[in-house]
Design a protein around this ligand. Sequence first.
Ligand code: MRU
Length: 379
Amino acid sequence: MISSEVRTIEWRDGRVIMIDQRLLPAVETYVTCSTWEEVAEAISTMVIRGAPAIGVAAAMGVALAARTVAFTESGAAPAMYSALQAATKGLFATRPTAYNLGWALEQMRTVWEGAVGDPRETARALERRALEIMGGDVDSCRQIGEYGADLIVGRPAGGGGPATAPLIPAAPCFDDGPRILTHCNAGALATAGYGTALGVIRSSFARDRRLRVLADETRPLLQGARLTAWELKRDGIPVEIITDSMAGFYLGRGEVSHVVVGADRITANGDTANKIGTYAVSVLAREHGVPFLVAAPFSTIDLSLEDGSLIPIEEREATEVTTLGGNRLTPEGVGVRNPAFDVTPASHISAIITEGGIAFPPYRQSLAALACNTEGGCP
Ligand code: MRU
């Protein structure tokens, strides 16, 4: 098993410690948050990013809010209730697209709304729930990795079962080991550990060491060039960075066997919001007959939305586009658009890999059926 020792986020002695993803790979440094407001700031400014990691951070932010009231302020139950309401609202407002954020806050709300009695006990219960959400995310990523490897390389003989062939055949002109193209960073850094898309890559590599990765650099914030490359290199998984505009070149030449990406929000029909540029890759994959796989936990799946047109798309600051490493790229005063995500239609997606199993089209039925087998229950 490929380990991934990256510590994205930790709860230590009543504080939240996060690796500062804005500075990687040049500097490995950590940010410490003692209040929910500091966690909200860390999410907004992308110290921590990636849908599942944002959810874990938000849960810990709520636990910090409870702790502040229970142990250092008045400690009265009404004060606790209003502090938790304010923290939940403030954390929810940080980034609108990732469904995991609202999902985690709802998990926490279930604990504090039902709490009666000693606020200190409520604070401890919230801390326990936040840690469960963190641990549950790592478990989900590992399970997603194993299901994804079944799709891409099949199961080796042994381990209690017979060898199996890959569930999804590679692109027709491909006869080498898996050559996976990914976009953005859906790795250990984007989750509590192991990763979703990179979890699939890690588990697949453990079964077939010929696997190689092409990583889109992912403008404007370069999550692929900075973070995916950093993680995979640490694990010894061969990776080459390409600029986003090179993806079509390699897909067109038959040098990609599968595309694997993460997700920020998946709607009931399978439409998937992910990092800006994912949609363009999906069109190219479809054109060239390359399987396009989405890897995400159930905490990313929003069955309350019918389709992707209803997903709120975050627009970020113009300076992310107009500057690079602090240097201005564009003329002063030029207009800028900067949507952080786009939506890939379900019709472009070959399979959605979850911790509860693999969904195939039509997704409205397959996702609902998988949901019935998870903790969250049937829609
Ligand atoms: O803006 P970011 O860096 O938070 O966007 C991250 C992505 O789009 C990831 O692909 C997605 O959150 C999945 S992470 C497992």
